[in-house]
Design a protein around this ligand. Structure first.
Ligand SMILES: [Zn+2]
Ligand SMILES: [Zn+2]
Length: 390
C-alpha cells in the first residue's frame, strides 16, 4: 500500500455533506411521523422494495457493469431506464460516476483513486463525497459523452433525479394508498428510506468490499470477495473477482453465487435487449484462483522448497488451462453434433453420442485429478508453513 502524502487541503462540500447526513435523519423522522399517524401496510413496503430494486439495479447493471465497464451492450430503452432510475439513486450522472469509477480501477489504492481505502474506511465509504479537493476531473469517458441519452442525463441530472427519486414514488403512493397520505407514504418509503439504503449499499462496495472478505483471485490490490455484501448490493460483493476480471458481466461467476445483477442482464439477453455478454474464460479464472491460493501460502517457505512448489503450481495451471479449453471444445462439438443428428441414421448417432460423452467424461476426470493435485500442493504448503512457525 502506498503512503498518501502531499494531498491538497480539502474543503467541505456543504451541499453533498448536508445531503448525505440529512437524508438519514429525515428518513427516520419521516418513518416515525408516518407510522404513528397512518400505520404501515403492504403498500409502503412494496413501494420501498420496488424503488430499491429499480434504482439499485440501475446503478449495478447500468452505471457499473454497462456504462463503466462495457461488459455487455444494451438497447436504448434499457439505457434510458438506467439513466432515469440511476438518477433516482442520487449518485451523480452516469458520466461523472463512471469517470470516478474508471479512475478507481486504473489507480486502485493510490492517491489518484477517488475512494481509496488507504485513506480510511470512512473516507472510502462517504468521506470522499463530502469534501472537494482538486478541480473536478472528468476523464476516460469520451465514449459515454457521445451517447445522447447520457449527455441528456448529465445535463438534467437533478431534475431527472428529483422526478424519478422523489415525485415518482410519491405518485405511486397516491395511486396505491390514495390522497396526500399516499403521496407522503410513497415519498418517505420509496424516496427517502430507499435512497439511504441504496446510498449505503453502493458505498459499502467502495469501503467494505476493500476491507472485509477474501482475496480469491488477486492480491495486487485491496479488493475482497464478500458474499455477505453481495446480499445487500445485488451481487456486487464479489469485488476481488471484479477487480481482477472487470470486463466480465458477472461479479459472482459461479451459478450459485448470489448475483441478481448478472441474472437481470442474462434474462434481458433472452429477448435481445442485452447482447454481447462478456465472460472471462473459465481457465483464466481457475488459473488466477490457483496462483492466488499459492501466493497466500508461499511467504514463509525456504527458497529450495519454493522452487519445487512453484514448478508444481506451474504444472497445475498449465494443465488446467489446457483441459478446460479442451472441455469447452468437446462440449461445443457435442452440441453441434446433436443439432445435426437428423442427418445420421439412429444407430450411428447413438454410437457417436456415447463416444463423445465418454471423451467429455475423460476430460472431466482429468480436471478432477489436477484439482486434487493442486489441493495436495496447498496442503503440503500448509504443513511446511506450520513447521516453520514451530
Ligand atoms: Zn468496477
Ligand atoms: Zn473497488
Amino acid at each position: 500500500m502506498s503512503e498518501v502524502s502531499n494531498k491538497p487541503e480539502w474543503k467541505l462540500d456543504l451541499l453533498n455533506a448536508s445531503f448525505l447526513c440529512g437524508t438519514p435523519i429525515l428518513a427516520i423522522i419521516g418513518v416515525y411521523w408516518y407510522t404513528v399517524n397512518f400505520g404501515i401496510s403492504f403498500f409502503e413496503i412494496g413501494i420501498l422494495f420496488f424503488m430499491y430494486v429499480v434504482s439499485g439495479i440501475s446503478i449495478t447493471a447500468g452505471y457499473h457493469r454497462l456504462f463503466s465497464h462495457r461488459s455487455y451492450s444494451a438497447s436504448w430503452p434499457l439505457r434510458l431506464f438506467y439513466a432515469i432510475f440511476g438518477a433516482a439513486a442520487f449518485q451523480n450522472s452516469v458520466i461523472k460516476w463512471c469517470s470516478d469509477h474508471r479512475r478507481h480501477h486504473l489507480k486502485t489504492d493510490t492517491e489518484e483513486d477517488p475512494y481509496s481505502i488507504v485513506r480510511g474506511f470512512f473516507w472510502a465509504h462517504m468521506g470522499w463525497v463530502m469534501v472537494s479537493e482538486d478541480e473536478e476531473k472528468i476523464e476516460h469517458v469520451k465514449d459515454l459523452q457521445e451517447d445522447p441519452i447520457l449527455a441528456w442525463q448529465d445535463k438534467h441530472i437533478f431534475k431527472i433525479g428529483g422526478f424519478a427519486g422523489i415525485i415518482f414514488p410519491g405518485l405511486i403512493g397516491m395511486l396505491l394508498i390514495g390522497g396526500l397520505t399516499g403521496f407522503f407514504g410513497g415519498f418517505i418509503w420509496g424516496g427517502l428510506v430507499r435512497l439511504v439504503m441504496v446510498h449505503h449499499g453502493t458505498f459499502l462496495i467502495n469501503s467494505g468490499a476493500h476491507y472485509w472478505g477474501k482475496q480469491n483471485y488477486s492480491t495486487k490490490n485491496t479488493s475482497r470477495d464478500s458474499p455477505i455484501l453481495s446480499l445487500l448490493t445485488f451481487g456486487e460483493g464479489y469485488h476481488n473477482f471484479h477487480h481482477t476480471f472487470q470486463t466480465d458481466y458477472r461479479n459472482g461467476h459461479k451459478w450459485y453465487h448470489w448475483d441478481p445483477t448478472k441474472w437481470w442482464i442474462r434474462v434481458f439477453s433472452f429477448i435481445k435487449i442485452t447482447k454481447n455478454l462478456h465472460k472471462v474464460p473459465s481457465w483464466s479464472i481457475e488459473n488466477a484462483r490457483m496462483k492466488t491460493s499459492y501466493e497466500h501460502k508461499e511467504n514463509n517457505l525456504n527458497l529450495k522448497i519454493k522452487e519445487d512448489y512453484n514448478q508444481r503450481l506451474k504444472n497445475c495451471t498449465r494443465q488446467i488451462r489446457n483441459l478446460l479449453k479442451d472441455l469447452k471444445k468437446k462440449r461445443i462439438e457435442y452440441k453441434d453434433a446433436k443439432k445435426n443428428r437428423k442427418m445420421l441414421i439412429k444407430e450411428t448417432w447413438r454410437q457417436n453420442r456415447i463416444t463423445m460423452k465418454l471423451k467429455i467424461k475423460e476430460v472431466k476426470s482429468n480436471i478432477a485429478i489436477v484439482r486434487l493435485e493442486f489441493k495436495k500442493l496447498i496442503k503440503e504448503m500448509n504443513i511446511q508453513n506450520n513447521a516453520t512457525l514451530i
